[in-house]
Design a protein around this ligand. Sequence first.
Ligand code: SME
Length: 166
Amino acid sequence: MSTAPKTKDVKEELAQLVMEVSSAHDLMSGVVKLLHERMLKYNWVGFYMLETAPGQPPVLVLGPFEGAMTPHTRIPLHQGICGAAATSGRTVVVDDVSQDPRYLACSLETKSEIVVPIFVRGKVAGELDIDSHFPAAFKDEDRELVEYCAALVGKYLGKTPSQTQQ
Ligand code: SME
């Protein structure tokens, strides 16, 4: 069954959410809550934001998330599907995580994953990561929805530079 009608409803709720929030942190918290609640196969939904410090290698740091706590709170760019998406600046969809040597396990139940980079003023600033307990859960309309959410957050962060670290 297509998830397209549902993604349309979720986009409408996102448009409402973005008008109500007063910080990037609140927007990200609202996005993960909405996706986790509405999209039944989205079993873990979370943001990782790129942290850069002088003299330190950049690292992806866990931000707002919904689902079980993950052991991966800080991911170097050369690790994981998360690292691959941030490094390439491209969406990564993995239909069967057991077949992907890059995969860093979060939950034994996870079967498939999507990671979408977030761009702020043309540079990767973070990413939206979603895990599913179902194999090949992320179809074209899911990819489109998750990319829409990532773009929404990127646009918000671009407008509110002082809030990127909140
Ligand atoms: N699976 C990710 C790690 C993050 S957890 O899924 C929350 C990866 O391979 O990068």
